[in-house]
Design a protein around this ligand. Sequence first.
Ligand SMILES: CC(C)(COP(=O)(O)OP(=O)(O)OC[C@H]1O[C@@H](n2cnc3c(N)ncnc32)[C@H](O)[C@@H]1OP(=O)(O)O)[C@@H](O)C(=O)NCCC(=O)NCCS
Length: 155
Amino acid sequence: MHIDHYDDDRNPLLPLFALADDSQTQIAAYITRGELLVAHDADLLVGHLQILETEDASVFELKSMAVTEKRQREGIGQHLVRAAIAYCRARNGHRLIVSTAAADIANLRFYQRQGFRMYKIVRDAFGPSTGYPEGTLVDGIPLRDRVLFDLDLTL
Ligand SMILES: CC(C)(COP(=O)(O)OP(=O)(O)OC[C@H]1O[C@@H](n2cnc3c(N)ncnc32)[C@H](O)[C@@H]1OP(=O)(O)O)[C@@H](O)C(=O)NCCC(=O)NCCS
């Protein structure tokens, strides 16, 4: 498995983006933005991670990431996050932010294991007005609130 920058057509990566975000509307709004890192195994794309610049030049955002279902829990996600950290540090990044659903316990655990810390909760970020069907459940938990995490890249 190795990680590369990706400069081709992003449409073939839609299934990976869709694993990370249930809203087609939201994905369409950001899929073309920023820098994309991908994890390859032989000729297969097994994961992606999208990094955006923010208004503050020292702050980057991890906007989307996923690993194909068959290849999860092998450490590929961790490798992608490490590559993203190196990418941001090389560009003088001091802070990397990411957000996920409060309902997604696996993601809360994953990001904290990568060193991220929570700094904000946005209530009702997920709902029909932002492209998420009413009544969506994640492991029985209503998909409603967004948790924001950050990682201090200067440490
Ligand atoms: C979140 C996600 C990207 C993580 O990718 P991943 O490749 O599965 O991540 P890792 O393998 O590095 O770590 C995942 C877990 O596997 C464990 N793991 C890693 N290597 C392992 C191995 N060889 N054997 C057993 N477990 C292992 C890790 O400890 C970690 O455990 P945790 O979930 O209890 O923290 C992936 O689960 C995913 O694509 N989810 C769906 C999309 C999504 O929700 N994206 C994030 C949106 S914000």
